[in-house]
Design a protein. Structure first.
Length: 242
């Protein structure tokens, strides 16, 4: 375990150095950018080590992995407040489960999903499974490819209005993935424009989640406040879940 901790600590320093350098290039403070580890297909022990290293906000892509993993980390680190983010495509029938473990859902992409999450959060609050509303980000489909998830650019404003009206949800901002084949600068420039319009309408929506291991520098240059990093931090993913 100490070897793995040393590996993660070294990788963390490397990613933090990249974030600091990217911020310096555009006169931003590195404190403005949260490093969000994506721990999919890595064991709960890795997630716990990252939390011990100070990364107490962690992300998962699939509910069926995240639920058990979040509980396991809670047992390993009693008393440590770990906030879990759902960053993968989410089906409405998973909303009730996600509402029990997620502090943030970054992949809200339709009014029907927002409705399902609001109902699930209301039920979880009533049952005592959570104590606060759910922070949500709208996932933007920059190229309109529905297969990859995301709300089309021209529908973001309406979805944001709908989310903002729900007391069970807090509209925190926008998230996007650079489309395959797009130069990252082009993708994140478009996202930044959509984000600016959204923030003008909803001043509390201050989060722009963009950038991963391969393109975080470009995302930071365009205003990202959260980079979602897996490979650069944890290494190549196992073929199957532990």
């Amino acid at each position: 375990m100490s070897d793995r901790r040393d590996q993660l600590a070294a990788a963390l320093r490397g990613v933090q150095d990249r974030i600091a350098a990217a911020c310096a290039q555009v006169n931003r403070s590195a404190d403005e950018v949260m490093l969000l580890p994506v721990t999919k297909r890595f064991p709960a022990s890795d997630a716990a080590l990252l939390a011990e290293l100070g990364l107490t906000q962690l992300a998962e892509n699939k509910d069926q992995e995240a639920g058990p993993k979040s509980r396991a980390v809670g047992e390993m680190l009693p008393g440590v407040d770990v906030r879990w983010h759902m960053v993968g495509q989410l089906q409405r029938n998973k909303a009730r489960s996600v509402a029990r473990w997620a502090s943030v859902v970054q992949s809200v992409d339709s009014p029907r999903l927002a409705d399902a999450l609001a109902r699930a959060v209301d039920a979880a609050l009533t049952a005592g499974d959570r104590s606060s509303p759910l922070d949500v980000l709208i996932q933007v489909s920059l190229d309109g490819d529905a297969q990859r998830g995301g709300c089309p650019v021209d529908e973001v404003a309406a979805l944001a209005e709908g989310v903002a009206r729900k007391s069970e949800l807090n509209l925190s901002g926008l998230m996007a993935v650079a489309p395959l084949g797009w130069p990252p600068d082009h993708a994140f420039d478009l996202l930044a424009k959509v984000f600016e319009r959204t923030r003008n309408d909803h001043p509390a929506a201050t989060e722009m989640s963009a950038g991963m291991s391969s393109d975080l520098e470009s995302a930071i240059a365009h205003g990202s406040t959260c980079v979602r990093v897996g490979t650069a931090l944890l290494g190549d993913r196992p073929l199957t879940s532990p």
